[in-house]
Each structure stands twice: as C-alpha cells, then as structure tokens.
Ligand binder design. Structure first.
Ligand code: PDD
Length: 277
C-alpha cells in the first residue's frame, strides 16, 4: 500500500488521533483499474485537488507525483481488475475541532482491491430504492464523511437493491454512491453538478458520450414522479460503470428491461475505456 510517499507492506494501524478517524476530516477517491491500468486517473486527481482546496487541506505532494505512486502501486500489486482507494486526512493531532497547527502533515494512504467488472448486471439491470437525502449541503466535495451514504446503502441492501436513490423533498439528487440519469421520450436528464451532488467522473464521461452521439441531455433537476414515470433509469459510478435500473421500490421502470438509450450508453462507455486503457 501507499503510506504517505512510501510504498510499504500493508498496515492496518491508524493513529487514534488521526482527524480522518475522529472527525471524517479528509478526502478520498476511488479509481477503477481495467486491464492493469487506472482509468481516468488525471480526472480523479483533479477532483482530489478540488476537494482538498474546498476543505482547505494542502495536499502533501503534487498531483503528478501522486499519479506516479498510484501507478507504481497498481503494477507492484499486479492488479488487473479492481479499484484503487486513496484518502488524505488532515493528519493526527490532539482532538480539537479547529485545524491543528501548521506543522501537522496530512496522512495519505492508498491501496488496491481486486474487483470483477459488473458486466452481467450491466447487461441485465438491477433494482433500486428511494430514500430521503439527509446529507449536508456540500455533496460536491468527496469527503470521508459518508454516514448518510452508508445508512442509505445499508437500507438498499436490506431491500435486495443495488442502490438507494436520494431525493430532497420532491427533487432527485443522486444515489448513495452513484449518479442517476433518467430517459424520457429519448432525452436524458440528470441533476446539475452543483453542491447537491458529487460530480462523478463517470457522469462526466456519460455527458461527453451524449454530446458525441447527438443524444439530447438536460442537466436539470427532476422529481421523484419523473423518475418513476421515466422510460429508462440508469446509475453511473466508478467500476459500476453504467447500470440500468429496472425497478424503483415497487415501480417498474418503462418496460422493465434495459432500454435502448441506456444500452447505447453502456456500449459507448465500454468502448471508451477499452480505447483509453
Ligand atoms: N463513489 N455520487 C456519490 C455520492 C458517490 O459516492 C460516487 C462515487 C459517485 C460517482 O462518482 P464517480 O463516477 O466519480 O465514481 C456519485 C465511490 C465509487 C465510492 O465512494 O466508493
């Protein structure tokens, strides 16, 4: 694993005064690895840099150095298919809420985990549930504070669903660990990239695919009713890629099988990463 700037044997010890541990005071990224190569690593590192800026955390090394270290880690671990998890916490210091003195260094860790591609679910589709979005108002920052996401995902799992789609009142925002798209009359809708959602790297790729395939996409809010009455629904996230959602709670979406537009996006996304890796 990567421990600050060193690649070391995996360690499971953490300083009990680490602010990531005590306050969730830190940021993270999850990067997909396909055929031994991290996908869209630059985009993930740029988002990490933005998250750091937004929580006033100074990254301990340059993005290009971090990228090299993560690539080294993938090749040393001989990872073919899976993910890289990396996080940077503000560091370890006696527990006071305010930032510690400047001489505290952020703690960076990264490790890899083998994970299969989701090809079967991508082809067959999955189900989701709806639950209220109870998160804070800066969901655009990829911070370690994930308790509302954890609770929502747990609820999904208890209902044998792949995801919990979140709504603030009537407005659908995103899902516990993915972005949500709906299709109505051949046109796509997804929540705008503002403080209510994480601007997914996969989401951004889907926007690009839509542009290139002349599919009309609206970055606009839509309601729970719009979601339930959509012709197609799909979710996007790192390593999940693009998953058709066929049922939300008790409501069947469209015909109850993966729709035409979703299939087109799934295919284009696969082609994209096959090209890039
Ligand atoms: N989560 N929205 C939320 C709340 C997320 O946690 C994620 C990803 C996404 C999709 O982002 P991307 O396409 O960049 O992966 C959207 C990661 C995978 C996780 O926390 O494990």
């Amino acid at each position: 694993m990567l421990w600050n700037d060193q690649i070391v044997e995996r360690r499971d010890c953490i300083n009990i005064e680490d602010r990531g541990y005590q306050f969730g005071d830190g940021i993270y990224e999850v990067i997909g690895v396909y055929d031994g190569k991290p996908l869209l690593l630059t985009e993930h590192m740029e988002r990490l840099e933005r998250s750091a800026r937004e929580v006033q955390l100074t990254l301990p090394s340059s993005i290009s150095n971090l990228k090299n270290r993560l690539e080294d880690l993938v090749s040393l671990n001989e990872l073919e298919e899976g993910i890289i998890y990396m996080q940077v916490s503000r560091g370890a210091a006696p527990r006071w809420h305010e930032f510690p003195a400047d001489d505290i260094s952020p703690v960076t860790i990264a490790y890899t985990r083998p994970e299969e591609r989701m090809t079967t679910i991508e082809n067959q589709g999955a189900t989701a549930i709806l639950t209220e979005d109870i998160r804070w108002l800066r969901c655009d920052i990829k911070t370690l504070n994930l308790l509302p996401n954890v609770l929502a995902k747990q609820k999904a799992v208890e209902h044998q669903a792949i995801e919990a789609i979140l709504h603030r009142g009537e407005t659908v925002t995103e899902a516990s660990a993915s972005n949500v798209f709906i299709v109505k009359d051949g046109e796509l809708y997804t929540h705008p990239a503002n403080n209510f959602i994480l601007n997914g790297i996969t989401r951004k790729k889907v926007l690009q695919i839509c542009k290139e395939s002349a599919l009309k996409l609206h970055e606009e809010t839509y309601t729970v009713t719009d979601l339930l009455e959509a012709d197609e629904v799909f979710i996007t996230a790192t390593k999940l890629d693009v998953i058709p959602i066929l049922k939300v709670d008790e409501h069947t979406i469209g015909t109850g099988s993966p729709g035409k537009v979703t299939k087109k996006i799934v295919k284009a996304f696969r082609a994209l990463y096959e090209q890039e890796v």
